[in-house]
Structure formats: structure tokens, C-alpha cells
Design a protein around this ligand. Structure first.
Ligand SMILES: NC(=O)c1ccc[n+]([C@@H]2O[C@H](COP(=O)([O-])OP(=O)(O)OC[C@H]3O[C@@H](n4cnc5c(N)ncnc54)[C@H](O)[C@@H]3O)[C@@H](O)[C@H]2O)c1
Length: 427
């Protein structure tokens, strides 16, 4: 029998999931319904289902009819790909209705919502899986295996720098993410991936977090200080924005036009806001120190205006050091083929034993988005036979642990003080 999946949030990321259901997994998976606040986006999704995937249109439900959708569709699993601040509502309603949940990261955006999800999982006994695609990228799996094999002994410290460039990084400042209430800021929205990787690599959990963050590059005040003045709120069809290298034109790409330009009459959401305009409440320059329960310490930095995209991470242990450098292709969501979103280009993984020859560790190359992680993850989450003990499988605890570092960092930005992670939520 095919498992029934209903999906909430029919924007850019949804396609990866329904594409997997209708494509390689159609023998044991079925898409049964769509839910969103925006009917135009749901109708566009049904058009894609019929015209591109040769499938049939599925019933659509406005957000207020989510419970009705579950009843009508008899869904087994709800896939949550809506705006971050709404995840908890759908996760909890789905669990209460007897469904399991697959949710996009971040699991949610703040401590209260995180606690509500934890309580709902305990109350219902149902499952929440968080789709941490980066775990599955072969270079990231290789680091976990190296550390688990004891190659560098006990890990004492981690130095991790992630760079978002002026194409992909800037995109967070055009979209709903620019309002911290929607996304929790990049510390939650973006760094949830990175903090999850560290938990996954080291097999530990965060204990104490101290952080500083600010908005230094994007936003009107910063631009004005550098002598730049861009007097428009959005960029599509705006003559004055024509030569702005940060401007995008939503009508120049069929997918962006259908998903956002044609749909904005309904909800007023503009996906092409001026990155040097008003109303940005997230940071673009962030530095974090974390102490883990294993007593390892991490220095972490995230910048959203770099000339290239990717990351460097190094681990120092009692028997040596590991260094990983990854350069990713930059992208704008829904701006090109989803397979090109964040594909890994230059990958270098080195193992330096304390006594002995350094060596470059060969990495199996995986094609596709997010360092090749998306495709491998999809095979795992939609597989007919599930391995409940797989280390790659991220549940609500992993979802929570990865955002708690970011939530603590946000608190530390405000107070200037270190935050004890144990005090944020109760498991
Ligand atoms: N794992 C990854 O690498 C990755 C990559 C991209 C996006 N994502 C995640 O996927 C999710 C969606 O991102 P996206 O890029 O598709 O954004 P998007 O803006 O393209 O789509 C968001 C959708 O949510 C809908 N929505 C807004 N409010 C809603 C509500 N109250 N109820 C129901 N639907 C509502 C919008 O109408 C829109 O269709 C986010 O949580 C994001 O973090 C993850």
C-alpha cells in the first residue's frame, strides 16, 4: 500500500519533495493534498504536477482548512515546507491528528514554539523528522566517520566559518527571512544546518553559548553610511534599480514569475525587496562560541556578503587535526534548476595525524543540490524499508538541539551574556 503524503507550503522548496514522491518513489508514496495561504501558488503546483510530472491535480486547502485536509485526505504523513514561523502550527496539528511529520529546517524559530513541539511529540507518540540534507553530503558523512573512527582522538575544539555570498546570501535580505519574526534570523534559519552538523559530527549537544551579531552590510542605514542610496522598496520593473547588482527581476524567470510575481496580489508578499531598504531585523555578521557537553569548544562565524560561498571547518583532537574546505555553487531559490542549488564544487578533506604523514581523504562525489545531500536524503526519507537506527535520521530532538544554539545566540546578542542551553526548553 502506498503511504499518503499531504504537503503544506507550496513555494520553492516543496518541489523537491513532491518531485521525489511522484518520481522515483511513486510505487510506495502518493501525494494526496496541498495546503497554503496562497491559492495561486497551489494552482501553479497542480499545473506542475499535471504538465511536468504527468500526474493528476490534488485537492487544495487554504491554511484555515488544514484539519479538514487531514480528514479528507486520510494522510499518513504531513510534509511541512511553509514559512519557518508557521512550522510549529502544522507540526502540532498533524501530530494531534495522528500523522507523522517530515519538516523542513529549522524545526521552528523560538523557544516557546520548540517547547510546544516537544510536548506534542511526547503527548502523541508520533514521529517528527527534520530534513537535515547536509548530513548526507558525502564530505560531511566522511568527517563524521573519520571522527568516529578515532582518527584524531578526542575532539577538543572546532573552528567553523560559513560564507554566504552576495548572490545567495543577499537573497535572505530580499525575502520573508529578513524579518526575524519569520525566520529567527540567520542564526536559526541558516545556522541550524551548521549547528546540526557539529552535533552530528561530534555526537554531542550544546551546553553554553556566547555570541555577538549585527547588521553591518545590508539595510538602508548601512548603505547610506557607505554613500549608497537606493530609493526603492522592491526591484522588479523599477527603472532606478536597473543597474543595481543586487536587484532581481521576478519576471525574468518562469518559476519565480509563477510562484511569486503572479501570486503576490493574493497575499501582498514581495519576494524582490531592496536589500538596502528598510525593515530588515536580521543580522548579517555573526560570531558564536559554543561549549559542548563533551567539553569541546567551537568558534563559529557566519557572514552573508562574501565574495564566494562555502565553508571551512577544522577539528583539533588529542591525536591530530581534520580540515575540510568546501566551495558551493551560489544560487537564488527558484532561480534555476533545483539541482544546482548549492552543489559542492571544490572539496578538500585533510587528515593530519599528530605523528605521521598528512593525507588528503578521497571523497565520493555526489551530484545535486546541498553538496549532493538532497538526493541521498530523499532516498532515505522515502525508502520503503526504514532504518530506525540510522545516524542520518534526524528527529525532533536533533531539530531542537540544532536551533537551541541559534536561539541561545540570539539571546546572547541581546544581553551580551553567555546562555545555558539547558534552561531554554525541557525535554
Ligand atoms: N533544507 C534546505 O536546504 C532548504 C532549502 C530551501 C528552503 N528550505 C526551507 O523550506 C521552507 C520553505 O522555504 P521556500 O524557500 O520554499 O519559501 P517560499 O517563500 O518559496 O515558500 C513558502 C510557502 O509557505 C507559504 N505560507 C506562508 N504562510 C503560510 C501559512 N500560514 N500557512 C501555510 N503556508 C504558508 C507561502 O505562501 C509559500 O507558498 C522554509 O522553512 C525553508 O527554511 C530548506
Amino acid at each position: 500500500m502506498r503511504k499518503k503524503y499531504a504537503l503544506v507550503g507550496t513555494g520553492s522548496r516543496a518541489r523537491m519533495f513532491y518531485g521525489a514522491i511522484l518520481g522515483p518513489h511513486h510505487n510506495h508514496a502518493e501525494l494526496v493534498a496541498l495546503c497554503d495561504t496562497n491559492q495561486v501558488r497551489m494552482d501553479y503546483t497542480n499545473k506542475v504536477l499535471t504538465e511536468e510530472f504527468n500526474s493528476t491535480a490534488v485537492p487544495t486547502y487554504k491554511a484555515g482548512a488544514f484539519d479538514q485536509m487531514i480528514k479528507d485526505s486520510q494522510a499518513d504523513v504531513v510534509i511541512v515546507t511553509s514559512v519557518d514561523r508557521t512550522h510549529h502550527r502544522y507540526i502540532i496539528a498533524a501530530l494531534e491528528a495522528g500523522c507523522d511529520v517530515i519538516t523542513e529546517k529549522p524545526m521552528t524559530t523560538d523557544a516557546e514554539k520548540c517547547q510546544e513541539i516537544i510536548d506534542a511529540v511526547k503527548r502523541t507518540g508520533r514521529e517528527v523528522r527534520v530534513t537535515f540534507n547536509y548530513r548526507y553530503a558525502p564530505h560531511n558523512s566522511a568527517v563524521r566517520e573519520l571522527i568516529a573512527s578515532g582518527a584524531i582522538g578526542q575532539v577538543f575544539s572546532v573552528h567553523f566559518e560559513w560564507l554566504l555570498d552576495i548572490k545567495h546570501g543577499a537573497d535572505y535580505f530580499r525575502r520573508w527571512h529578513r524579518d526575524k519574526r519569520n525566520s529567527g534570523g540567520l542564526m536559526v534559519h541558516k545556522s541550524t544546518h551548521h549547528f546540526d552538523l557539529v552535533n552530528f559530527w561530534l555526537g554531542t549537544q550544546p551546553d553554553t553559548v556566547f555570541a555577538m551579531g549585527d547588521l553591518r552590510f545590508y539595510g538602508r542605514a548601512n548603505a547610506e553610511e557607505r554613500g549608497v542610496f537606493t530609493p526603492y522598496t522592491r526591484t522588479t520593473g523599477v527603472e532606478a534599480a536597473k543597474n543595481d547588482p543586487f536587484a532581481i527581476d521576478l519576471t525574468s524567470n518562469d518559476v519565480q514569475k509563477s510562484l511569486y510575481w503572479d501570486a503576490e496580489q493574493e497575499d501582498g508578499y514581495q519576494r524582490d525587496q531592496n536589500v538596502f531598504g528598510d525593515g530588515i531585523s536580521i543580522e548579517d555578521t555573526m560570531s558564536v562560541m559554543v561549549r559542548y557537553r563533551s567539553k569541546a569548544v567551537m568558534t563559529y562565524a557566519l557572514h552573508a556578503y562574501a565574495p564566494w560561498e562555502g565553508f571551512n571547518v577544522s577539528f583539533n583532537g588529542s591525536k591530530g587535526r581534520i580540515e575540510l574546505m568546501v566551495r558551493e555553487t551560489s544560487y537564488i531559490n527558484a532561480g534555476q534548476s533545483a539541482d544546482q542549488e548549492g552543489a559542492a564544487e571544490g572539496i578538500r578533506l585533510y587528515h593530519f595525524p599528530l605523528h605521521g604523514e598528512a593525507r588528503e581523504v578521497p571523497i565520493q562525489r555526489a551530484e545535486g543540490s546541498h553538496g549532493g545531500g538532497d538526493n541521498i536524503m530523499l532516498r532515505d526519507i522515502f525508502a520503503e524499508e526504514q532504518d530506525a537506527n540510522s545516524p542520518y535520521r534526524a528527529d525532533y530532538r536533533d531539530g531542537a538541539m540544532s536551533i537551541l544554539t541559534g536561539i541561545a545566540a540570539n539571546r546572547s546578542f541581546q544581553t551580551g551574556l553567555p546562555v545555558d542551553v539547558k534552561t531554554i526548553v525541557q525535554f
